[in-house]
Design a protein around this ligand. Structure first.
Ligand SMILES: [Fe+2]
Length: 287
C-alpha cells in the first residue's frame, strides 16, 4: 500500500488498492491504519453498494439505517439532494434541511444507544464547487488541552439527542417516529479507544449539555471546547472527486459537510459500523 499523510497529526490516503480485491493481510493492515490514523481516503473506487457493504464488514457489525433517512431499514444511508425522480430538491425539502444539519460538526450516531465506530462514505455524484467534508481529530484536540482542563473533564458525561441537532435547523425537522425512537442518551465526554487506549473528546451537534453540571457552566465549557477543537490547525478539508471512498473513526473524529451550489446534484452513499464496545445509557432509565 502506498500511503500519503493528509494532516500532520491524522489521516492518510492510500493508493494502489481496490477495496473489492483485498487479501487478508491487506484487510488486517487497513484496520491497523484505521485505528492509528482515524481517517483513510482511497480514490478511484468505482464500486457497487454491495461491494461497499462487504468492505464495511471488515470493520465490524453494520448499522441498520434509521427511520426518517433515505435508505431506512437497509445498511445504506443515501446522502443526496436528488428526489426519487432524479431531480434536485428545493432547499425547503427535508433532504436539503438534513444536509444543512450535517453541516454542523458531529460524530455520526452519537445520539444512539449504540453509537458509530467507522463511517464509510462513497462519492457517486459530486458538485463541481464546494461540498468539501471537513474532519477534526478529537484525539489530537484532546492531546492539546491543558492538563488542568483534561483533569477536570476526564470523567464527565454528556447528553446527546438527535432532536437537538435538528432543531437548530428547523424545529419540525424531526418526525414523530425519530423523536420516539431516539430519546436522549448519556455518552462519555472522553472516549478511550479499547485497542490503543488513546483518548479523544466526544461531542458534537447532537450534544445538548454536560451531565450534572450547572446550565451556564455546561454552555461555557462546550462553547470553549467547540471553539478550541475547530481551530483551523486541527481541520483537514477533503475536496471530493467522483469514486472517492472515505473511512473515518467516529470514536476519534468529528466532521461536517460544507456548502455547495444547491442546484447541482450530489449523491453519496454511507455505510456505518456500530461501536459495540461503547454502549451508551438512556437518560431516562424507565425506558
Ligand atoms: Fe455525518
Amino acid at each position: 500500500m502506498l500511503i500519503n499523510h493528509l494532516h500532520p497529526k491524522f489521516g492518510i490516503s492510500i493508493e494502489n488498492i481496490k477495496i473489492t480485491k483485498l487479501n487478508e493481510e491487506q484487510k488486517f493492515q487497513l484496520i491497523n491504519l484505521f485505528e492509528q490514523y482515524s481517517l483513510i481516503i482511497i480514490r478511484n473506487q468505482n464500486i457497487k453498494n454491495e461491494d461497499q457493504i462487504n468492505f464495511t464488514k471488515i470493520f465490524g457489525k453494520l448499522e441498520i439505517t434509521k427511520p426518517g433517512t433515505l435508505g431506512s431499514n437497509s445498511n445504506l444511508v443515501i446522502l443526496t439532494n436528488l428526489d426519487e425522480f432524479g431531480n434536485v430538491v428545493d432547499t425547503s425539502h427535508k433532504q436539503s434541511k438534513n444536509d444543512k444539519a450535517n453541516q454542523q460538526w458531529h460524530s455520526d450516531s452519537s445520539f444512539k444507544i449504540i453509537p458509530a465506530q467507522a463511517s464509510i462514505l462513497s462519492g457517486k455524484q459530486i458538485p463541481s464547487e464546494g461540498g468539501n467534508t471537513e474532519f477534526v481529530s478529537m484525539r489530537v484536540v484532546y492531546e492539546n488541552l491543558d492538563q488542568e482542563l483534561k483533569d477536570k473533564i476526564n470523567n464527565l458525561k454528556a447528553i446527546h439527542h438527535f432532536a437537538h441537532s435538528r432543531s437548530k435547523i428547523d424545529k419540525n425537522l424531526v418526525s414523530k417516529i425519530e423523536y420516539e425512537k431516539f430519546p436522549p442518551v448519556i455518552q462519555p465526554l472522553i472516549k478511550i479507544n479499547p485497542k490503543n487506549k488513546k483518548r479523544a473528546l466526544y461531542f458534537g451537534s447532537h450534544t445538548v449539555h454536560i451531565k450534572d453540571m450547572q446550565p451556564n457552566e455546561s454552555v461555557n465549557l462546550l462553547n470553549y471546547l467547540n471553539e478550541f477543537a475547530t481551530e483551523d490547525r486541527f481541520i483537514y478539508s477533503h475536496k471530493w472527486k467522483k469514486n472517492d471512498l472515505l473511512i473515518w473513526d467516529n470514536r476519534a473524529i468529528i466532521h461536517r459537510g460544507k456548502n455547495y451550489n444547491p442546484k447541482q446534484a450530489r449523491y453519496l452513499v454511507r455505510t456505518t459500523v456500530e461501536d459495540t464496545s461503547s454502549v451508551a445509557q438512556y437518560l431516562n432509565e424507565k425506558r
